[in-house]
Design a protein around this ligand. Sequence first.
Ligand SMILES: [Zn+2]
Length: 414
Amino acid sequence: MSSNLPELPDEVWAQILPFVKEYPETLSCPPRNALRNGALIRAAQVSKLWYHICKPLLFTHIVTENFPFLISKAAQAPFRACLATTKTLRIEYSAKGQDPSYWNLLHTGGAIWNRYRMVDPELEEGIDTDDVLVRACEREIKALMAALVVGNKLGGLGKIFPKLESLSISSIYGRENAAWAHYDLSKQMEMMFIRDTNQCGDNFARFVNTGNLRNLCVRSLEAPLNIPAMTFASNSSTPSTYTRVVHFPAAVAHLPSCFGTPIRWVSDAPPTADWAPIITSLLEQVTAIADHRQEIQGARRDVAKIDIYCSTNRFTPCAYKDRISYTEYDIPGFQGPLLGFDPTDEACLFLPEEEQERICRGLSSAVQELFRGRSGLQDIVNWYPSSQTPTCLACGSGVPVLRGEDTRVDYDRG
Ligand SMILES: [Zn+2]
């Protein structure tokens, strides 16, 4: 060991060095270099002792924003041996719409330059930021698809990460992945009803179902690494036993559903957001799922077991009434949240916990009845207030909290 280090017993260094590891918190959106653990990598190069202490720290809990690179390394035997100890994996999507750092450019020899705008002569003049984002998403989907093909050839998650217990997708930057929502919208406008993200999601499901995973959670629901839109346990050749948590934003689109296996839908909306448009956007998804399930379920008997955790402490009766009165959502139970309120009231009211619980109980039975009525099965749906959100065993998030930019009340009278 280098002579300028203090003389400490080995076991004391083993206690100290874990503090060098950076492990970003869920939804904390830190600068991207926080994912790279530069300090820990440098510490591992100090001495043989430090290498042996740091190596498991680097591989037991992995955070990556470059899943294709991780998979390409997994094809190499020495690196593969390190992944055999990995217990948790957090996969983030790459940063989009930002210039690369000098460190990144130097580190990759300029290979990442293609991900940015300057290389594209069409875009040098009159840069269209939206177009840049769409292209960046397209490139990432292509890279992820190729990585999943390689990953599945290597035997899937179970072979590459035999000890992996928890996998979370987009758990760190999931709040700021507007690029994927934008990409999704642009594909809808091009009338591409079969989204290329769907195919990526199917390959991802095949990859994940090979493992002994216990917990999976996803955010950024428009993005490609996702739980497939609708799965039936009886239709799967590789039944999976892991828990599934879908963390959804205030305006939810593409809410994945499973039948025959439990699924938890958890709202990420901050406590001060107006609950009215959040409920209606969720009910729109739920109604679409109940309808679509009937089209593809056939004779299957896979029962829904859905736990929903979604409430806030603000509610605008008028906003709720306006959005729920569309004919296709005119289901009697969906009017429940308006009980006791003046439906013309445009004020964003404060909702105490017991009011949230009352509304949640009504929504539980309304959604359960909707599912049972369409399927004829004994579906089970429970809707709980956000204050009761259990800790996600994959990403560690619990009850949604206020963050700096959430303090304003989110009015949506749409
Ligand atoms: Zn989670």
